[in-house]
Design a protein around this ligand. Structure first.
Ligand SMILES: [Zn+2]
Length: 553
């Protein structure tokens, strides 16, 4: 995701502006794997101008060695209890354990029904069934945070229908209206405003989406993946989409409205034909051509530099005037703030063109760094953002001359991430705790995260770095992983080389856990008699009292 308020291609969303919610502190080390997975997600959207009905059919199956069993063990072993959970006790347990990471965590005791928690916010539940049988109210509990299913089977199909009112959704997360169009924003936790789900990045699913709407109001109906079919019956348009690649729900997208489309075809290095499409408000078609040219350039660069090719039949960019973030990398269907995609050749400056190109490239590069290989939890945000900012910087440096790149990106001697890193909001690139995942979208996570990746490239050299990154995408394709997985893979062959036996990887990784910026002072002493010049380097902190003195410097 990219922020619209920054000239840089990426930055914070609502960082540190939000009030601290009353929920408890989220801690990275408390991560537990989801107890259930959702191999297949089918969504049916029935859209009218006033409301949207969403029917979600989820195939759920329990993970082997899920935390249900470990939690059950820990309770039964320590307390030797066998009891029944009342709904209120279940709720309080869920509130204590399910705030973010757990998501699906289900308390379970010997002889007591298990339960499964699905996130859901501001949803009006109309129908609910399991394995096509309507569920009676005593089998589930609705809370402000979601839906608690009592006594789920190890494998079942859940079907829910909820009613949404996009025009009343002022959060600009979930499904909301922009002018007369409807569109979505799900990163980081907007999908729970669309349907009940395990809204966490390590639950990856294949998505099938059917959208139905009156064509006169919504002539364009888009979602992720490949378009399977489109038909119009008596003014009612139905379009079906299928995304064959596993993805977390934060990458889901839907766009419904009236748009004009600029098309261009692209042939990948393996000779596959891909359709590039830019959807804009009527009358703005000519302003989108530079964005499509930029997209083509980015696709070619990623093939040449890292051997990474696009995977779907179509790549769509939608420009809208009402978008909370700058741009969002939803799989195959990027949504952009118009400012970052449209350029009027009569008035646009070099700087405008530069930012359009780098943001279009940034969102495209996410197709691999973020989408095909995604993050385990939001503490690992820099896994995709730091790496993708680095990739778009490399692209810009390769595409523009270094001099031009420098003049367009130069602001002052302190880049934004450095200013944040020296102030009261300083925090590690790999945070250990936080009150809200929204607060992780900072310049430190994005830009300082990119600088750490650049250090890795400097240490390894470009050829070894390129090989390491290719290995990372190969090894973790279709998985939700961590910053450790990335760093260890990049350094894998380097640390095995006996020539590099002095390199300490654990020491290097401190760059992720230590906040603050080192101050390096260099003194020179020249001995005229001996004709010897001596340099003395001194490292110190920037006087931030929160910096741990026992770390890198
Ligand atoms: Zn991004």
């Amino acid at each position: 995701m990219t922020d619209s308020n920054q000239n840089s291609s990426c930055s914070q969303k609502n960082s540190l502006k939000e009030e601290i919610p009353s929920q408890k502190l989220l801690e990275r080390h408390l991560y537990e794997k989801p107890s259930f997975r959702i191999p297949k997600t089918s969504l049916f959207f029935k859209i009218t101008t006033e409301k949207v009905l969403v029917t979600a059919t989820l195939e759920l199956c329990q993970e082997e060695n899920s935390p249900i069993n470990s939690l059950a063990d820990s309770f039964t072993n320590s307390n030797s209890i066998t009891c029944s959970l009342t709904p209120s006790l279940t709720d309080s347990l869920m509130n204590s354990v399910s705030a973010e990471s757990p998501g699906s965590l289900s308390p379970s005791f010997t002889g007591v029904p298990k339960s499964l928690f699905l996130h859901g916010k501001n949803l009006s539940l109309l129908e609910i069934s399991i394995n096509e049988k309507p569920l009676s109210p005593q089998n589930y509990t609705l809370t402000e945070e979601g839906l608690l299913l009592h006594n789920p089977q190890s494998s079942f199909t859940l079907c829910t229908t909820v009613e949404l009112h996009p025009k009343e959704n002022t959060h600009l997360e979930g499904l909301y209206s922009s002018g007369r169009a409807f569109l979505t924003q799900c990163e980081p936790q907007g999908f729970r405003r669309i349907t009940f789900y395990l809204d966490r990045p390590d639950v990856m699913s294949s998505f099938f989406v059917e959208i139905q709407a009156p064509e006169k109001d919504f002539p364009v109906l888009l979602s992720n993946g490949n378009c399977l079919e489109s038909e119009n019956k008596e003014g009612l348009l139905t379009v079906k989409w299928e995304d064959p690649f596993l993805k977390p729900c934060y990458l889901f997208a839907l766009v419904a409205g009236s748009f004009e489309c600029l098309k261009k075809s692209y042939v990948t290095q393996s000779q596959r034909s891909v359709q590039l499409e830019a959807y804009v408000r009527p009358g703005q078609l000519l302003k989108a051509s530079f964005a499509l040219d930029s997209l083509e350039k980015a696709m070619r660069w990623d093939e040449t530099r890292f051997g990474l090719e696009y995977d779907l039949h179509t790549y769509m960019i939608v420009a809208t005037d009402d978008f909370n973030s700058g741009a969002m990398e939803n799989k195959g269907l990027n949504v952009f703030n118009s400012l970052l995609v449209l350029a009027n050749p009569q008035t646009a400056t070099d700087e405008n063109y530069f930012h359009i190109e780098s943001v279009v490239a940034h969102e495209y590069f996410h197709n691999w760094s973020g989408n095909r290989v995604t993050l385990r939890d939001w503490f690992n945000l820099s896994l995709k953002e730091g790496l993708t900012v680095f990739r778009d910087q490399e692209f810009s440096m390769d595409t523009f001359s270094l001099l031009l790149y420098g003049s367009l990106t130069y602001k002052d001697s302190n880049p934004p991430s450095s200013l944040e890193d020296q102030g009261p909001n300083a925090h590690p690139v790999y945070p250990e705790s936080g009150y809200s995942v929204d607060n992780f979208f900072t310049t430190t996570i994005y830009e300082k995260g990119a600088e750490i990746i650049r250090m890795v490239q400097t240490i390894l050299g470009r050829p070894l770095f390129n090989e390491g990154l290719k290995m990372y995408f190969q090894k973790f394709d279709g998985q939700a992983v961590t910053i450790e997985d990335l760093i260890h893979t990049l350094f894998d062959s380097y640390v095995q080389n006996p020539q590099h036996h002095v390199f300490n990887l654990e020491q290097f990784k401190l760059w992720y856990s230590q906040y603050g910026t080192p101050q390096v002072t260099i003194e020179t002493h020249y001995d005229k008699d001996k004709k010897l010049l001596k340099f003395v380097f001194t490292k110190s902190t920037n006087r931030n009292p929160r910096i741990n003195q026992n770390s890198l410097w």
